[in-house]
Design a protein around this ligand. Structure first.
Ligand code: ARG
Length: 457
């Protein structure tokens, strides 16, 4: 018989069990469910809603269940529908009738809200740790390769020379924002929902703040209807995992491009690449590709939960049972991705020479030639046109800008002088960009210093 079977004359259809039940996936919240129930029972006893002895029995029974689950001895049965009912049923088996008092002044609607909040708090901290490690990895890579120069791109066309460390630190900034988002969203997770009852609160004289204190929540939710139907905090975490995943995917894409033989800017370590079953010469960036590919399911989970929620009237609806699989999947996926991604990055070899080769062609210092003229008083627009003509001249004569003689420069404009070749050297192009946040070594050193300070906290 079901725990809620009193009103029914017939057993539910067999096929319903599988469709209606959530135990196969919500069982991972067993610990939160038990801890939440213990806190609830303590509150009931403190408020004289149940007796002291009764509470002791209930708590002991719940702890026994925790042991059974952790020892792999607990039977998760789809007939019990969800983890909440499974534990309550087992409790009554262990402690007898008194176990039936646990659910006083509580509904599964506020119970599940509590469990999922507690579970997401725990996981959010884990993701934060892993993100922190990735951030540290990125700073180490930047620090180790501080003065490596590479072509910077716009439209994936060579644009201006930059420091490789500056490029890597751009990702540091993105993931740092993700970390801040995660911390900020934690505040909204950290609100205690139990006591909202099924939807309207309860007639018992409960003490919600006591339960919050027992479970380490700094505050309690303010509106019972909102409490049992709100899933914003889940959507937020779905979004944050999507953002992290999108950021990883962008860098993964760059790694994939950089490790082609056409680029050869980086070589992935053997331990983080894979071979082909047919082409013996191949070393594939499967890990980076999977990181990129996994964004699909993570974005999908976000769209899924948004869609589940969009038409729901207040208060609880069973639709919200669909909130769990997506976020669980996104959490699992983001955690393993973050771990592997960081390892792949820190073991990757940076091919300094090939990056430099990428700079030699492509007139990557053309802007600097225009700036040279503009700094001598020529309007930038005119300088831009003249350098355009210079590039055509170079292409026709198979020369680089830096190889031109002073006479050749002068043929295009009289403002060119003997210092032009030095002023447009690659080192000058990079280190001359001293504007705040630019690519000069000074700027990179400041970024690394700030990052190290941030990571210490
Ligand atoms: N398994 C349910 C869920 O995940 C628990 C709450 C069920 N409440 C109810 N009234 N059927 O949402």
């Amino acid at each position: 018989m079901k725990l809620w079977g009193g009103r029914f004359n017939k057993e539910a259809a067999k096929i319903l069990e599988k469709f209606n039940g959530s135990i196969n996936f919500d069982k991972r919240m067993y610990e939160e469910d038990i801890k939440g129930s213990i806190a609830h029972s303590k509150m009931l006893s403190k408020q004289n809603i149940i007796g002291k002895e009764e509470q002791i029995k209930i708590e002991a029974g719940l702890l026994q269940i925790l042991n059974e689950i952790e020892a792999g001895k607990f039977i998760f049965d789809i007939k019990d529908e969800d983890i909440h009912m499974a534990i309550e049923k087992r409790l009554i088996e262990i402690v007898g009738e008194v176990g039936g008092k646990l659910h006083t002044a509580r509904s599964r609607n506020d119970q599940v809200a509590l469990d999922i909040r507690m579970y997401l708090k725990k996981e959010s901290v884990e993701i934060e740790k892993l993100l922190g490690r990735l951030l540290k990895g990125l700073v180490d890579i930047a620090d180790k390769n501080k003065d490596v120069i590479m072509p910077g791109y716009t439209h994936l066309q060579r644009a201006q020379p930059i420091l490789f460390s500056h490029h890597i630190l751009a990702y540091y900034e993105m993931f740092k924002r993700d970390l801040e988002r995660l911390k900020d969203s934690y505040k909204r997770l950290d609100v205690m929902p139990l006591g909202a009852g099924a939807l309207a609160g309860t007639t018992y004289d409960i003490d919600r703040h006591f339960v919050a204190g027992e479970l380490g929540f700094p505050e309690v939710t303010k509106n019972s209807l909102d409490t049992v139907s709100d899933r914003d905090f889940i959507i937020e975490l779905n979004f944050i995992t999507s953002m992290i995943s999108m950021h990883m995917s962008r860098l993964a894409e760059e790694i994939i491009i950089w490790s082609t033989s056409e680029f050869s800017f980086v070589s992935l370590d053997d331990s983080y690449s894979t071979g082909s079953s047919i082409m013996p010469q191949k070393k594939n960036p499967d890990i980076a590709e999977l990181i990129r590919g996994k964004t699909g399911r993570i974005f999908g989970n976000l769209m899924g939960i948004l869609t589940v929620m969009k038409g729901l009237p207040l208060a609880y609806n069973k639709d919200t049972q669909e909130d769990k699989e997506g976020i669980f999947d996104s959490i699992d996926t983001i955690k393993i991705s973050l771990m592997i991604f960081k390892e792949m990055l820190i073991t990757m070899k940076v091919n300094k020479k090939n990056m430099m080769k990428g700079i030699e062609n492509g007139f990557i210092n053309a802007t600097d030639v225009a700036d040279y003229l503009a700094k001598k008083g020529l309007p930038f627009r005119d300088a831009h046109r003249i350098v355009g003509e210079l590039v055509v001249y170079c292409e026709m004569n198979k020369k680089r800008l830096s190889e031109l003689k002073l006479e050749e420069f002068k043929g295009f404009n009289d403002l060119f002088e003997g210092d032009v070749n030095k002023k447009i050297s690659i080192e000058e192009c990079v280190n001359g960009r001293k504007s705040y946040g630019g690519t000069s070594i000074e700027s990179v050193e400041k970024q690394i210093k700030d990052a190290k300070e941030f990571l210490k906290k």
